[in-house]
Design a protein around this ligand. Structure first.
Ligand SMILES: NC(=O)c1ccc[n+]([C@@H]2O[C@H](COP(=O)([O-])OP(=O)(O)OC[C@H]3O[C@@H](n4cnc5c(N)ncnc54)[C@H](OP(=O)(O)O)[C@@H]3O)[C@@H](O)[C@H]2O)c1
Length: 210
């Protein structure tokens, strides 16, 4: 599969490395342009390009930027494509967003509002990238960590589940995109190592903050 990644920081690079190891083709992009990613090409084995080129390149597009940047995404090139939303909301970094502060929407629904023609699935949000690179275990290992996902498009979810598995993680489908609050920042499952059963219980018991 061809994976276009917008954002070449901790998330972009970690996902790129693991995806290439799993046999996928990857293009990384950032805000400053491909000339600033020059060394990554030989180091990671990825293609490099602009955000627009990465969006066009990908059969699936990973959004790995701060929330403040989602208004600048190449909407037309992402239209119709499966999208993985790894974005989290940190007001101290991103500034206050009223709809998120008053809980009238979730971060992934907020992002999906900027990409109305794309098939957004929330994934890779609730794990630190250092752990994503080190915690993977073979399928069937009793200690295998599980990672949550949420979305409305079954095909995109299938692709995410396959990526989680290839990276060494079980997948736990939390339901529709609107259920993504269950593993947003501050929830008990956020960036905590859990097996599939533990994660399932924690997601079910999650209480939506007022
Ligand atoms: N770090 C983690 O462990 C982790 C885990 C899960 C989720 N997340 C979430 O994932 C997102 C990315 O986190 P990160 O830690 O990877 O951040 P980061 O290290 O700060 O990297 C952000 C990347 O986004 C790029 N970017 C910013 N604006 C852009 C734009 N308009 N177009 C294209 N690229 C743009 C930056 O480009 P430049 O290089 O040109 O500045 C940079 O490459 C955040 O929302 C974060 O909360 C992080």
């Amino acid at each position: 599969m061809k994976i276009g990644i917008i954002g070449a920081g901790f998330v972009g690079r970690a996902v790129a490395k693991l995806a290439i190891k799993a046999g996928h083709q990857v293009m990384l992009s950032n805000s400053r342009g491909p000339q600033t990613l020059f060394s990554l090409k030989p180091m990671i084995g990825c293609e490099i390009g602009t955000a627009t080129q990465a969006a066009s390149f990908g059969d699936i597009v990973v959004i790995a930027v701060p929330l403040t940047a989602i208004g600048q995404l190449p909407v037309a090139e992402i239209a119709g494509k499966p999208v993985i939303d790894a974005v989290n909301y940190y007001p101290e970094r991103d500034g206050q967003v009223a709809e998120l502060d008053n809980r009238s929407t979730t971060t992934s629904e907020y992002l999906a509002g900027f990409l109305p023609q794309s098939k957004v699935t929330k994934a890779f949000n609730a794990i630190q990238m250092t752990d994503l690179e080190s915690d993977g275990l073979p399928s069937g290992d009793a200690q295998r960590r599980a990672l949550p996902l949420a979305g409305d498009d079954p095909e995109t979810k299938k692709a995410v589940i396959a990526l989680y598995d290839a990276f060494g993680f079980d997948a736990l489908d939390a339901g529709a995109l609107s259920e993504g609050w269950r593993f947003e920042r501050g929830m008990p499952t956020y960036c905590v190592r859990m097996t599939e059963n533990e994660l399932k219980t924690a997601l079910e018991r999650a209480v939506k903050p007022e």
